[in-house]
Design a protein. Structure first.
Length: 241
């Protein structure tokens, strides 16, 4: 990967199961020889799988598992020429020997699939597309967080670093959409968890708009502007495609 943003995008495609067989195999080979890429996959998988913890319990629709198993049975990667018993044993052995990042990626993919809806006979939920994406860098130039900003100015935050937040401090999220206005607070975070901040009455997020997280005294900046050290910052980009 030529940049952190490209590396993160590639890792995201892998974690969410968006790669075809050849591309997935190449990504797994890259993880073996590129520790930076492997670490990006691991962190993203951990953060994405934590979304499952936010799901509220609900009744399982009748016949859902049958539909899922039926759909899985039709997937191309399941037709590798092995007889069902041999294939089952091979899959079981592969799953048992899979490295931790691969198990995390699988869990994250399943969490994402259930979050989006069920394939094969169930209505898929529609989710809004972000207007801009932001890859935020730490002062030592590592990727510390990813933001998805939406047209209603809600902001989904996916931390990729474990920030050290003292008990008397809090993380505060800012954006700079107009230099004459200065940084505007979007909300605060007590810990590095996947979070969605409610939208505010601001202009629709634009490309190259600055976003950052600073460390502030609890319950937030006393001046209404950033006063503490910058934990991560980055500029918004339009999603590809």
């Amino acid at each position: 990967m030529s940049s952190d943003s490209e590396r993160l995008a590639h890792a995201g495609d892998y974690v969410l199961g968006l790669l075809d067989d050849d591309a997935r195999a190449e990504a797994e080979r890259k993880m073996e020889r590129d520790p930076k890429f492997a670490e990006t996959v691991r962190r993203l998988a951990e953060r994405m799988s934590s979304l499952d913890d936010t799901a509220k319990p609900a009744d399982v629709p009748a016949g859902m598992w049958g539909e899922i198993l039926g759909t899985i049975a039709t997937l191309p990667q399941d037709h590798n020429g092995a007889s069902p018993p041999e294939q089952s044993a091979a899959n079981q052995n592969s799953a048992t020997q899979a490295p931790p990042w691969r198990k995390l990626a699988l869990a994250a993919s399943l969490a994402a699939a259930f979050g989006l809806g069920y394939a094969g006979g169930f209505v898929m939920k529609t989710t809004p597309e972000p207007v801009v994406l932001v890859v935020l860098q730490t002062p030592d130039n590592t990727t510390g967080a990813v933001f998805e900003a939406f047209a209603d100015n809600s902001l989904k935050i996916i931390p990729l670093a474990d920030f050290d937040v003292p008990q008397n401090k809090i993380m505060q999220v800012w954006t700079l959409y107009d230099a004459s206005v200065g940084p505007v607070s979007l909300g605060t975070l007590s810990s590095a968890e996947v979070t969605t901040l409610k939208g505010q009455a601001l202009p629709v997020p634009a490309a190259d708009q600055l976003y950052e997280i600073t460390l502030e005294p609890r319950p937030g900046s006393p001046t209404g502007k950033p006063t503490g050290p910058i934990l991560v910052k980055g500029f918004a980009k339009r999603p590809a495609g």
